[in-house]
Design a protein around this ligand. Structure first.
Ligand code: ADP
Ligand code: MG
Length: 693
């Protein structure tokens, strides 16, 4: 193996490469562009493009592509070769214009009505703050994707806009506390990625996995995850080989892959990277998902990123660890060492508490998808109710500030809270609460609701924006305050008092919590359609407009795309179920029932008892009848849902008709599956899929 230090980032046109290959003055202009997030100066674009091309060709590239993230959630690329005719041969060329801006005939990308097909062109524009890289012989240029009229058609543009919002408001706030050495603030994110690996040969035999990414049927094997013997367990050789390869591929792309381990469910694993700036973390997470799939293929496996590929064992998520950092590398959510640092920390903390409480709807929306609906509220995952974990110490500190009482540190000295004297807060990692959807984990917030297949762009766009909005309101108050310190205390006390209902340190999976949350008036948006119906609420439109994240038109179009995607996903699942039941399951039930009847007849003529055969055949026959009736009904429902045009109406129809119908069919299929002799199983069972490697 090559040395990791040499291999790391070798496929990336990094700062080091830029410095090496660009004339100093041009490098300086480019660096400033990157740091300030401004547009690239067209006068230097040709030089930058030429250097990039030379580098990429040395890495074996023949093509370039603007790499972007349309609203489908995956990444898109369209490859152009560098060749230009020259006499009898060709030259390899790449201009500054091609680097800065691309035109993508994006008529097939969803736009939610923003882009009429006669105006199908979309534009892609380089985001110089995310490095270009080489992948499969192509120079990939991370870009944002906009319509002809400038409306965003992707996940990246709003994210970049939200970064600007939070950077400005956070900078404004911390400057009020002094911090004269700080020049800028930016959000940092580390996204832990969960996934399943299964054998490719088995995968190919299951239509549901191929078309839906999850199993629609399947009864639990005798053993699931109850022994917790997979979690952090020793890694099997085939998986270990995959992880080693994955690390190398990720490192080559400059992705800071740090931790690889087995997760709770059999066949489930996780990769956690070291955190970085949020737009880069987002690009890296998109790349990570793609690379995971490719590396798995090479190892004869398939990487499943669906939120709930198997019923009965844990689903997969993506823990979004979020914090704010200054350009000096100070983490703003690190509890400070001095009382004044702690005052700033507590105010920032209260801002996040307030932002989460005020925007439960948006956080819920940011992670809503058909796939994640199977996971939220299920056994392992956060319920669909947003709440926040602070831990006992911080909660007690805020409680005592609220009631102006004396906070007694456990086992330490008693301290006066008013008049600027705050206790020293120690980073407390001991009481980690795995059941909280939004946990403060010592120096960052861990949002555990995002689904494993989702882009983290939307979640972070929303997080950045809602926190920026509270920061700005705090700044407005503090700007006007006569006594700064007193006003900070007032803010902490008022904000905590008004929003502490969102804090819950107990077991978020318990039934009591659901009732308690309802008593507290917390929002419970149980499914994707219900969640999306709040996206364009007045308060959201106003906030997004204020920060220039989405115009009302953009927000509407985005909602339409997401809701439409929900309906399409459910329709594909329903059609897949239909196809499997008709093409595989009913024939298997029938074939085995016939075999049983033949055996029964045989045994009967020999004077033997045959209750196993007759009774099992009878059960299979009655299950088959039910299924036969069920598929007829499902087909009708599919037809009805498919005929609807209005996006929400269609999604509601899919949710209310298709989900229960599939559920009902699954009961019969799973009940029949366990009666079949193994040879008659039409596809690999959970036993094989989950324990096949
Ligand atoms: P834990 O014990 O909470 O799992 P880790 O340090 O292993 O803590 O972090 C888990 C994830 O959180 C990693 O992906 C890590 O990079 C990320 N993380 C840590 N600190 C920060 C931060 N300041 N901002 C964003 N993400 C962070
Ligand atoms: Mg985890």
């Amino acid at each position: 193996m090559e040395k990791v230090t040499e291999m790391f980032g070798c496929d990336v046109f990094s700062d080091k490469e830029m410095q090496k290959r660009l004339p100093e003055p041009i490098y300086q202009v480019l660096k400033k562009t990157i740091e300030q997030g401004t547009d690239l100066d067209s006068s230097i674009a040709n030089t930058v493009a030429a250097a990039m091309k030379e580098w990429a060709i040395e890495k074996g590239a023949t093509h370039f592509t603007h790499w972007f993230q349309p609203m489908t959630g995956i990444t898109a690329e369209k490859h152009d070769s560098f060749i230009t005719p020259q006499g009898d041969g060709v030259l390899m060329e790449f201009s500054g214009k091609e680097l800065i801006k691309g035109e993508a005939d994006g008529s097939s990308f969803p736009s939610g009505g923003l882009r009429a097909t006669f105006e199908a062109r979309g534009y892609t524009a380089w985001d110089p703050s995310s490095y270009a890289f080489v992948k499969d012989g192509s120079l990939c240029i991370p870009t944002a994707f906009c319509s002809y009229g400038g409306e965003s058609l992707d996940k990246k543009t709003p994210l970049l806009r939200s970064m600007r919002a939070i950077s400005q408001s956070a900078y404004r706030l911390i400057r009020l506390f002094g911090n004269d050495d700080v020049n800028s603030v930016y959000p940092t994110v580390g996204a832990e990625q969960e996934y399943f690996l299964i054998d490719k040969r088995l995968y190919e035999q299951r239509e549901d996995l191929r078309f839906c990414g999850r199993t629609l049927f399947g009864s639990m094997p005798p053993k699931g995850q109850e022994l917790s013997d997979h979690y952090y367990g020793s890694i099997k050789p085939r998986i270990s080989a995959f992880m080693k390869d994955l690390d190398v591929e990720l490192w080559r792309k400059g992705i800071l892959a740090k931790t690889e381990h087995n997760e709770a469910a059999p066949a489930q694993h996780e990769m956690a990277p070291i955190f970085t700036t949020v737009n880069i973390a987002t690009d890296h997470n998109q790349l990570t998902m793609e690379i995971m799939k490719n590396v798995a293929e090479r190892h004869g496996m398939v990487c499943l990123l669906h939120e709930k590929p198997f019923r009965g064992v844990n689903g997969s998520g993506k823990h979004n660890n979020w914090s704010l950092s200054t350009d000096r590398g100070t983490n703003l959510f690190n509890p400070g060492k001095t009382p004044s640092e702690n005052t700033q920390f507590l105010l920032l903390l209260c801002a996040v508490i307030q932002a989460v409480d005020e925007n439960q709807d948006l956080l819920r929306i940011s992670i809503a998808s058909a796939g994640n609906d199977h996971r939220l509220g299920a056994l392992e995952a956060p319920p669909a109710i947003i709440s926040m974990f602070l831990g006992d110490e911080l909660t007690e500190i805020l409680d005592s500030i609220e009631s102006s009482t004396v906070y007694k540190e456990k086992g330490r000295t008693q301290m006066e809270l008013m008049n600027g004297v705050l206790p020293c807060i120690f980073r407390d990692n001991t009481d980690r609460n795995r059941t909280s959807p939004f946990a403060f984990t010592g120096n960052k917030f861990e949002f555990r609701m995002p689904g494993s297949s989702d882009s983290i762009a939307c979640t972070n766009t929303i997080l950045n924006t809602i926190v920026a909005s509270v920061f700005d309101r705090y700044c407005d108050r503090l700007d006007r305050a006569e006594d700064f310190e007193q006003e900070v205390y007032n803010l902490i006390r008022e904000s905590y008092s008004a929003h502490k209902r969102i804090i819950f340190n107990g077991d978020g999976y318990s039934e009591e919590w659901k009732q308690e949350a309802a008593r507290r008036g917390l929002l419970n948006l149980p499914d994707t359609v219900t969640a999306f119906s709040h996206y364009c609420d007045e308060k959201n439109v106003a906030m997004f407009a204020k920060y220039g994240i989405f115009s009302q038109t953009e927000l509407r179009s985005r909602t339409a795309v997401l809701v439409d995607n929900y309906s399409k996903t459910l329709l594909i699942e329903a059609k897949t179920a239909l196809s499997m039941i008709r093409g595989q399951i009913l024939p298997a039930f029938s074939a085995y029932a016939v075999t049983l009847c033949q055996s029964a007849a045989c045994k009967q003529s020999a004077g033997l008892s045959h209750s196993y055969e007759t009774e099992t055949a009878e059960k299979l026959a009655s299950l088959s009848d039910e299924l036969y009736k069920g598929v007829g009904e499902l087909e009708q429902k599919i037809g009805m849902a498919a005929s609807l045009n209005e996006t929400f109406e269609k999604a509601i129809c899919c949710r209310d008709m298709l989900i229960p119908a599939l559920e009902h069919l699954r009961e019969s299929v799973d009940a029949g599956e366990i009666l079949l002799a193994e040879d008659y199983l039409p596809y690999p069972s959970y036993k094989d899929l989950l324990f096949g490697i």
